[in-house]
Design a binder for this molecule. Structure first.
Ligand code: ME8
Length: 642
């Protein structure tokens, strides 16, 4: 019977269309899953969407639709991108799936009944985007330690999970299983920052919003989104507290959870503890992969640098995008994506190294042997042949080692190294010279066989990275000998068969032309209309000095009742606190503003707006869309702006 292998991705938030960073994760996991299938494992590959929580509830409200309609839309967009990238998942779970919601509710109930979850009152800091409570010590400067955004004060009745009860057992598991968390540096981070620092109980319910799985015995609470989301790894297999499904019995524990480095704490601390409390075995490995950056910047909507996989596919094709992500992302350090690098890699690896090798070799087979794969005559094998054959064997072994240790980019490098070696072999053996001399027919046969076989070996090893390209190469070679086993030793390609039809695998890209097209298609930065000179009112420097502009921090903010446009804002100027009213309610939520530093006209005569006193004015630009002028966070409070 085949050995099982259960591999999972994080489930993506159904809040927004996923960017290329999120998409990298499914491509990475797909490559590993495909390789494991090649190795003969019975693979179950799980992915899906994380669909509950306050953020999604708010997005749906903004969009003016029900949360379920909102997540239906985004989940289908996520799935279509996973499909576009040709990922071979076995199951796509959605946390709004009925069976999942029921199982999670029962998991919560069971943990409550056995005393691992207890009721309490929580008062403290809360981060809305991360949907997590933050301790006083973590809440430095009122911002979230994970995402850096302003925290909100929260007070609510809540259920807590006794994490501390399991801390010692988890520490022991981590010590006894040195491969559980990797890369190594991330394991140290988890142990030092969370376990050794003293694990605190975790708040696992919310009453401040509705979009979640209700606590069955206290339905004004919804279950904390991370308990809900993490449970997907077992509910997808049919786990329920009283009845474990067949798939669960077969595939659990997971062989590896593939997740991004930012959510390692949830997967290596909270998730194992939940499983311990349920009396279930823990996952064998958790790989906290690095992040893909745009150049050197974090990919983010607010930075305006988001790249989407489907846009890249239109320019480069599916396999080129897969190849770039897999070849470019290091094992531990962050990787980077840019159009320039994508084009350079495409041309070097795919058009030149792989594409040329395949097309030249098949064309020569047609020209010199009428398309029939020649026999390999060992008796006339020379050192150049032996060197290439040895390189094939070495590549096979190294690729295996790199996959075993999840060094996927290194595995890709190995295969492209083999292809480079094969191109060099063409230059060394000069088949076009051999072809001119009938007495060299045997040598020419060996050279072409060696090349065709090296290409076959390369294509089998490349299959997890670029499945469609490998399939094409197999059809060019006219071979159906494509198993991993068949490339362990040189010589699997059957002589006497005919090669197939070919086409250009990867057309060379003209970098300048493509970069110009990309620049053209980018949304242009908007500029305001040129001011009408006749209407520009000149002032003297003394006029300007009369305006006292100062730096202030927004420390509290709330809507003005019955005034849709207005926010009542409390400012800290360092030397005093004061209140202003600002007409920006349509453009900012109070939470987004807290903690931000702004420029305020400090000597403006007080006014009363909609019955609320305003002592100053916050600088902002624009009319249809208003943008507050934010100051650098290091600007001292009360400092004069001149
Ligand atoms: O975290 N490069 O969902 P998510 C590489 N719903 N990976 C990145 C990345 C980048 N630039 N940005 C994000 C969530 N990721 C939760 C998971 S699991 C029970 C719940 C990774 O949509 C990120 O680290 O924010 C995560 O593994 C995945 O994309 C989905 O992120």
């Amino acid at each position: 019977m085949k050995e099982k292998y259960y591999i999972t991705t994080a489930i993506a938030y159904a809040s927004r269309k996923p960017h290329i960073g999120n998409t990298y994760e499914i491509i990475l996991t797909d490559a590993i899953a495909r390789r494991k299938r090649q190795e003969g494992y019975d693979v179950f590959f799980l992915t899906g969407t994380d669909e509950h929580g306050q953020k999604i509830e708010e997005y749906a409200k903004e969009a003016g639709i029900e949360p379920k309609a909102y997540v239906d839309n985004v989940a289908s967009c996520i799935r279509s991108i996973w499909d576009l990238m040709n990922t071979s998942y076995s199951k796509f779970i959605r946390t709004t799936d009925d069976y999942h919601e029921k199982a999670v509710a029962r998991i919560f109930e069971r943990l409550y009944k056995q005393g691992d979850i207890y009721k309490t009152e929580y008062e403290g800091w809360y981060c809305v985007p991360c949907e997590s409570f933050v301790t006083e010590t973590q809440a430095v400067n009122g911002v979230c330690p994970d995402c850096g955004r302003p925290l909100r004060r929260a007070k609510e009745e809540a259920y807590n999970f006794k994490m501390s009860k399991y801390a010692d057992r988890l520490m022991k598991y981590i010590e006894d299983n040195p491969d559980f968390i990797f890369p190594e540096a991330r394991k140290k981070e988890m142990v030092n920052n969370f376990l050794k620092a003293g694990l605190q109980d975790l708040c696992v319910s919310r009453t401040s919003f509705k979009w979640g799985i209700p606590v069955s015995f206290d339905p004004k609470h919804v279950i904390y989104v991370w308990i809900d989301a993490l449970s997907n790894y077992i509910t997808a297999l049919g786990y329920d507290v009283d009845e474990k499904g067949e798939l669960y019995k077969k595939y659990w524990p997971a062989d590896v959870h593939i997740i991004g480095k930012d959510i390692l704490r949830f997967h290596t601390i909270y998730w194992p503890i939940i499983l311990m409390a349920l009396g279930e075995p823990l996952p064998k490995k958790v790989f906290g992969h690095p992040w893909l950056l745009n150049g050197t910047d974090k990919i983010s909507k607010s930075k305006g640098n988001v790249i989407y996989a489907d846009d890249l596919v239109k320019l480069f094709g599916v396999d080129a995008v897969r190849h770039y992500c897999l070849a470019e992302m290091p094992f531990a350090a962050d990787g980077s994506i840019s159009y320039e690098n994508l084009i350079a890699r495409y041309n070097a690896d795919l058009a030149n190294n792989l594409g040329n090798l395949v097309n030249r070799t098949v064309a020569m087979t047609k020209k010199y042997f009428d398309g029939v794969i020649p026999a390999y005559d060992k008796s006339i094998e020379n050192d150049t042949d032996r060197d290439l054959i040895a390189k094939c064997g070495e590549t096979y072994t190294k690729v295996q080692e790199f996959f075993d240790t999840f060094h996927i980019a290194d595995a890709s490098d190995e295969v492209f190294g083999l292809l480079r070696r094969a191109n060099k072999y063409i230059d060394e053996t000069t088949p076009w010279v051999l072809a001119k001399d009938e007495s060299q027919k045997g040598r020419l046969g060996n050279v072409l066989y060696a090349l065709l076989e090296t290409i076959r070996i390369g294509a089998v090893l490349l299959f997890p990275f670029m499945p469609q390209t490998s399939e094409k190469v197999f059809s060019f070679l006219g071979t159906d000998v494509t198993s991993l086993e068949s490339v362990k030793n040189f010589g699997g390609l059957v002589s006497g068969n005919k090669v197939g039809e070919t086409e250009v695998l990867f057309d060379r890209i003209d970098p300048e032309k493509m970069l110009a097209e990309i620049a053209e298609s980018m949304p242009k930065e908007k500029t305001a209309a040129k001011p009408d000179d006749a209407n520009v009112n000149e002032i003297t420097i003394d006029d300007f000095k009369n305006v006292e502009l100062r730096c202030a921090e927004i420390i509290a903010c709330e809507p003005v009742p019955k005034a849709k446009k207005l926010l009542k804002i409390q400012l800290d100027l360092g030397y005093e606190k004061r209140q202003v009213v600002s007409g920006i309610a349509k453009f900012y939520k109070p939470d987004e503003l807290i903690g931000k530093k702004v420029a305020v006209v400090a000597n403006l005569k007080p006014a009363v707006l909609c019955g609320v006193e305003s002592n100053g004015m916050i600088l902002a630009s624009g009319e249809d869309t208003v943008r507050v002028v934010f100051l650098d966070k290091d600007t001292p409070l009360g400092e004069r702006i001149r």
